[in-house]
Design a protein around this ligand. Structure first.
Ligand SMILES: *Cc1c(COP(=O)(O)O)cnc(C)c1O
Length: 357
């Protein structure tokens, strides 16, 4: 029996998203491959979680994550009805696709960008348009418009390049289209500015935020979507009824009430970003300025290519991310900014490899 004949052809045909390697907990590994935060969540978040481990866990969570939406609205100057909560911001991206994209509809994004976007589009049987960044760094406004896409996804700061397109270009795009423009702000807390003020000016702008990077909770899966109330109402129909569990809701509220406690670690990561950028440059890597908690480093010319660097560092128990499937990225490593000590260990490992050739 050919069981695969029963599977949707678009699923059989696709590769699926390839997440970065997650070693077992407790391994002596310096993990610079998935942009997690090197610092754990602050004490009030941990305490709120402990307090929530009780008999109430037998009950379903509040379906719409109401308290999270209220806390987010208070923190970001929105109405709670303009907030949708997701099981990670990846869940919000899925919900956006399922809300807006029917078979054959277009989805566009500058390229290269987050590799989940084409995967989610394929699952909807939509058409994905990868539009190259203009002059490497600018928003390719004309190309995005010409694609005719209904949904345009812009990661800002972008992964894996780390750059943030000028907000003015995002504004220009929003003004020039009726398509929904999604600003994926998973890394925005590490950047100099964010797109939230634009929401008041453009009805077609949707913003997504993640608790996985700057907010140290990748393990709990929490994301926020900010969008006009009429659209939020539609998205709620598409969600899993209980898409955020009780513990995640409790943690999310605690985080949103203590956002100030994250500022020191965010600042520390920005400082380490400068330090690692210059350390890598001194060793012959090309490292453009990053607005995120990672850098995209081009390896020095020589015998050791991008894949070799990735493997050799792995043998020294340091994981970095390598995107070998994309020829434009095959000489590059994406390296998460971690603690000062781990940054030093990375630079020492690079020195060691260069000495041994
Ligand atoms: C990490 C990441 C996300 C997903 O974040 P989660 O909240 O962990 O699902 C979304 N977009 C981009 C660009 C990311 O790098």
């Amino acid at each position: 029996m050919n069981l695969l004949a029963q599977v949707r052809p678009c699923v059989v045909a696709m590769d699926g998203y390839a997440p970065g390697e997650q070693p077992r907990d407790g391994q002596p590994i310096i993990k610079l491959n998935t942009n997690e935060n090197p610092f754990g969540p602050p004490q009030p978040v941990i305490e709120a979680l402990h307090a929530a481990i009780n008999d109430a866990l037998r009950l379903y969570p509040e379906p719409s994550s109401r308290e999270v939406r209220q806390a987010a609205a208070a923190a970001f100057g929105l109405d709670a009805d303009q907030v949708v909560v997701g099981n990670g911001s990846d869940d919000l991206l899925t919900l956006l696709m399922r809300t807006f994209i029917a078979v054959g509809d277009g989805v566009a994004a500058p390229d290269p960008s987050y590799t989940l976007y084409p995967v989610l589009t394929q699952l909807q049987e939509g058409l994905f348009h990868a539009v190259p960044w203009q002059n490497q760094l600018d928003l390719p406004i004309e190309g995005l418009l010409a694609s005719g896409a209904k949904l345009i996804l812009i990661a800002r700061p972008n992964a894996p390049t780390g750059h943030a397109v000028p907000l003015e270009q995002v504004a220009q795009l929003c003004a020039a289209t009726t398509a929904i423009v999604v600003l994926d702000e998973a890394y925005v807390d590490f950047a100099d500015d964010n797109g939230l003020p634009l929401m008041a000016r453009y009805e077609n702008l949707v913003i997504t935020r993640s608790f996985s990077k700057s907010l140290s909770l990748a393990g709990l899966r929490i994301g926020l979507g900010f969008l006009p109330t009429v659209l939020a109402q539609q998205m709620h129909k598409v969600r899993d009824s209980y898409n955020l569990d009780r513990l995640a809701q409790v943690a999310a509220v605690a985080v949103l009430r203590h956002l100030d406690l994250f500022q020191p670690t965010i600042q520390a990561i920005r400082t380490e970003r400068r330090y690692l950028t210059s350390g890598l440059r001194q060793r012959g890597f090309q490292v453009p300025e990053s607005q995120a908690n990672f850098v995209l480093a081009t390896v020095p010319a020589g015998r050791r290519g991008g894949r070799d660097w990735c493997n050799d560092l792995k043998n020294l128990n340091i994981l970095v991310r390598y995107f070998g499937h994309d020829p434009r990225l095959s000489d590059k490593l994406r390296i998460t900014i971690a603690t000062h000590a781990d940054g030093l260990r990375l630079l020492e490992a690079i020195d060691l490899l260069m000495e041994n050739n």
